[in-house]
Design a protein around this ligand. Structure first.
Ligand SMILES: Cc1cc2nc3c(=O)[nH]c(=O)nc-3n(C[C@H](O)[C@H](O)[C@H](O)COP(=O)(O)O)c2cc1C
Ligand code: SF4
Ligand code: SF4
Length: 254
């Protein structure tokens, strides 16, 4: 069983790639919390977790999920974690192992397009496609290691542990929903409400309202709104958007 969390599709893509090669089943952690998947099903020989690195650590929902005793009791004899990131995973591996309360057999990061549009311009076009091709090759290698039940992964050096410690403290205050807003471009389609993994958005009077003080900060609403109508304060106004499902189509749709 492979549990994944994904805002803009990278981790879902990675989980599905691994599952295709290993013959495992993928489940979206957000679907479990939303009650779309009845509960955590069965116990299999292999348990995998695929998720994005946030602030040198893991998304709140992933941390909540793996600290749940029900999950800990259902871990297989081989446990792996694959973390997608923009190239600086810091010591997210250690944060994950601390949360799950044990060392895992394979723990690796895979560089993919950085979706953190609140901080950076996301890669687009050929640059993003190239990152994806490199990720494909790394994911293929990792899938082979998983199939062979190999141990893989190295402890993070002290400097990365120190950076993770500092960065991860910023995640909670930064995942405020205070600065999200829908602009006049919003056509009230409701897609943002549907895709939010945290049920943090509710449509009201044909416009999205952020109904929680904090969310996962996954950027799905900002990056995937079909009208490009969601902004985070002024920070995102001049930036592009990242959506793995649309990669390669940017030129034709503009
Ligand atoms: C809130 C947030 C924090 C992030 N922090 C990091 C980070 O510390 N290091 C890094 O390399 N990438 C970071 N990223 C980039 C994502 O980890 C990366 O783009 C990931 O592949 C996105 O996965 P997803 O499409 O499955 O949501 C961050 C992204 C977000 C939204
Ligand atoms: S996805 Fe975009 S256009 Fe649709 S309701 Fe949300 S903000 Fe409006
Ligand atoms: S409100 Fe937006 S950024 Fe926050 S969890 Fe929902 S989709 Fe992700």
């Amino acid at each position: 069983m492979i549990y994944y969390f994904s805002g803009t599709g990278n981790s879902r893509y990675a989980a599905e790639k691994i599952a295709r090669k290993t013959g495992d089943r993928c489940v979206d952690i957000a679907d479990i919390y939303k009650g779309k998947v009845k509960s955590v099903v069965g116990k299999s020989d292999v348990t995998g977790f695929v998720f994005p690195v946030y602030y040198g650590g893991l998304p709140e929902m992933v941390r909540r999920f793996v600290t749940n005793p029900e999950i800990k009791n259902r871990l297989g004899s081989y446990v792996f974690a694959v973390m997608t990131c923009g190239g600086s995973p810091q010591a997210a591996n250690e944060k994950f192992e601390k949360a799950i309360g044990r060392s895992v057999d394979l723990c690796a990061s895979v560089k993919m397009p950085d979706n953190y549009v609140i901080m950076y311009e996301p890669p687009a076009g050929e640059e993003a496609l190239q990152l994806l091709r490199k990720a494909d090759s790394k994911l293929s290698g990792l899938s082979d290691r998983i199939l062979n039940r190999e141990s893989y992964g190295a402890p993070a050096p002290f400097t990365k542990r120190a950076t993770s410690l500092f960065m991860y403290m910023l995640y909670n205050p930064f995942r405020t929903t205070l600065f999200y807003r829908a602009t006049d471009r919003c056509v009230g389609c409701g897609m943002c409400e549907k895709i939010c993994p945290d049920n943090a958005i509710k449509m009201s009077g044909g416009k999205p309202k952020w109904v929680k003080n904090r969310c996962q900060h996954c950027t799905a609403c900002i990056n995937r709104c079909p009208q490009r109508a969601i902004e985070f304060g002024k920070l995102t106004e001049k930036r592009g958007r990242y959506n793995i499902m649309k990669l390669g189509q940017e030129e034709s749709s503009e």
